[in-house]
Design a protein around this ligand. Sequence first.
Ligand SMILES: [Zn+2]
Length: 550
Amino acid sequence: MITSLWPRLDEFGARITRYAYKQVEEMMVPQVSHGHRQWRCEAEQAGRILRGQAERKKQFLLILPILEQGMIQPKTEIKRAGKNRKAIKQALSDLREANSDGGNAVELQSLIEQACNFYLANGCFPESYEEMQTIPVLKTGILPYAGDDGPEMGQSYRMSLDLEQKTITLAIRSPDSLGAWSRTWREKTMLLPLPDPILARLKQGEALAPTLREVCEADGTRCAVLDFMVQVGVEAPPPWEEMQSVLGFDWGVRTLVTATVVDLDGHQIGRPFFLDTGGFDGRQARTRRQIDLLKKKVAMLEARRGSFPEGDPRGEPARKKLVVLRREIAQCWRKYEARNRDLAHLAANVLLLLATAAGCRLIAGESLKSLKSTGRGRDAKGKWRNWRNNSQVRGELWRVLRYKCFLAGVRLEWQQPRKTSHTCPHCGASADTYRSPEHLAQVEDWGAWLTCPSCGWNGARDYAAALNIARLGATFITHYLTTGRFYHASIADKAVKPLSYMGSGSALRLPPMVPRNHLLYAGKIYVNGWRNAVKLHSSYVTETMLRLCG
Ligand SMILES: [Zn+2]
């Protein structure tokens, strides 16, 4: 289906209906050999993929005009041709849209890299999205039942819920092992337990059509997963007039996130909060290095196997090893991506929790457009890897935070990042950064310590930036309240109020200062040690924190 509709990809860029299958239905005659509704569910999935690709193509059109030779490092005698990372970074930061949070920056970056890979393989940049993107066909099965007629009338699934007994009764139409579709599928029901979290949601909302999908493990294990979706109402954010304070956060140089609360009169409320990821960065970088290493081995083995003719037994050991190595690479990637996702959820939950604890209904964060680097890698490649790690974690965090805020009725507003880590939050003067309070003789652009030449304020650079971003957030509110218009001020604007710290006299509603070598520290309990923190269940942390704060 996707293959035959691929030439009409652009048409999926506009949504004429909520259901993707309706769009597909208008373009092709249904193949109803195994049931019309069954086909419609398949069409729904094909349509969703095409919609996603059409969005990606729109993003590609943004980067198409800036693709240039400079992004490719030509081959020299000692080096293979490769990507010019500096040029790519520059192009990305130039690609600013005046009115966006930069949430798509990560997407744009991956498109530029994909185009560069195309260049390295073909000697030219792609002229169209379709030229560089192979048709995305499903590798594992997925069937959204949204194309069917609902749980009671469905012709491909039937479902009934028993909230008292906490069970789901489900029947799924399917072929037998010989491929024959039986008419008696409705009689073969499954009884599944309803987990408590779903039950709680069901009491607030309504169940949607489920999705059946297949999961293929790297070791070949296959299993079926039923995604059960519940639609619930979302709490509306309060009117701007009721907002009294802002939680500002900054992506740190040394910490993942630093957060502070500021009110509209220029008072800092409570102390800052640091979310330190400790060994996490190192672990991720190690996993990436491992992936690079495995890839190198794969390339070597492929060359060796290629030196024997097809079917030659001498090529057999290389072939077997390749299977193992590819599996290992897939495992590493999964681990890497799962850790990023867990971290993003954890950080988003912590920010929302802090905002809730401090009564803030606006969270202000630096837009992702700058995707600043921490420059910690030893060589250029290490730096690039770090930068990409960070941009991926941050992109994921922003995405997760955006939807969690939406669900919680909290507003999230991006702020101009320029100069926020080189401005004194106390008096607004331009300030330099240094390696540490002991190294004030030499200015360091990426230094962790900020000292104000005018008023003498000094503190961690990330802390200063978080304060400045909160100030920008406060300005965003006051500007709207006085003019009725939304405006993202920059830190040099006169309207951005200098801060006074209320110090020990203030109601300390945020958890106390965090020792930097621990992820979370509230009261006397260490909630999480990062040493074993591959699997993070952030909801646990949130609950614990709520209890501690509340
Ligand atoms: Zn100052």
